[in-house]
Ligand binder design. Structure first.
Ligand code: ATP
Ligand code: NCN
Length: 198
């Protein structure tokens, strides 16, 4: 992989993937000055008790949805055997020296970011790009992590510098919002989990 390539990592359960994911991935490419976005389809969020649908189903649905040449769908965490984001980043940085990774997330995840394993290490490893999500813009910007790293916040007007900024650096961008969530899609039966056999 080309040294200096700027890769945004959008981790998620994608249970199921939806237009909101695609929207923020496209916005992140533009707003944060990235060359690529990789979706990291998670084997399972360490903070969620209920397991998601099988990884193969979520990967297939994500691949069917993504239609952009700079956005790739990956099962990197399953391949690396990592579950926590801090571990995943350490392994990716060791495997791809020279690639500049940026962690991407919706505003909801910044609200609870301080509960993630070794979250300060994540901030020290990579720039973090946060994208607006309906109803969560204020909560994100006043969250524990936002306050702890107020000194490392890049103004939205300079968001295109994020992809090559030295960490710690984070930026919140107020992009147009898509009001969709996997929870809502599951609740209306829009994602059929395979029925377990036996
Ligand atoms: N509509 C959206 N707007 C902004 N960010 C989003 C949106 N949907 C998902 N994201 C972000 O994408 C990443 C992966 O999200 P995830 O796969 O958990 O989807 P979700 O819709 O939030 O799922 P769930 O409802 O099950 O929590 C997270 O960082 C999340 O904040
Ligand atoms: O590392 C952690 O402690 C941690 C805690 C919660 C969520 N994450 C990651 O955040 C991403 C979004 O998770 P989710 O389930 O909200 O889609 C996904 O990549 C998870 O692995 C990571």
């Amino acid at each position: 992989m080309r040294a200096g390539l700027r890769v945004g990592l959008l981790g998620g359960s994608f249970d199921p993937p939806h237009a909101g994911h695609l929207h923020i991935a496209r916005e992140a490419l533009k707003r944060f000055g990235l060359d690529r976005v990789w979706w990291l389809v998670s084997p399972g969020n360490p903070l969620k008790r209920a397991g998601p649908a099988p990884l193969a189903d979520r990967m297939a649905a994500a691949r069917a949805l993504v239609d952009h040449p700079a956005i790739a769908v990956t099962d990197v965490e399953a391949r690396l055997g990592t579950r926590y984001t801090a571990e995943t980043l350490a392994a990716l940085q060791a495997a791809c020296p020279g690639v500049r990774f940026t962690w991407l997330m919706g505003a909801d995840n910044l609200v609870q970011f301080h509960r993630w394993e070794r979250w300060r290490e994540i901030m020290a490893r990579v720039p973090v790009g946060v994208l607006a999500r309906p109803g969560l813009r204020l909560a994100a910007q006043t969250s524990v992590a936002a306050r702890a790293f107020a000194h490392a916040r890049l103004p939205a007007a300079e968001s295109r510098r994020l992809g090559k900024a030295a960490p710690p650096a984070w930026c919140f961008v107020n992009v147009p919002m898509v009001d969709l969530s996997s929870t809502e899609i599951r609740a209306r039966g829009g994602w059929r989990r395979p029925v377990p056999r036996g």
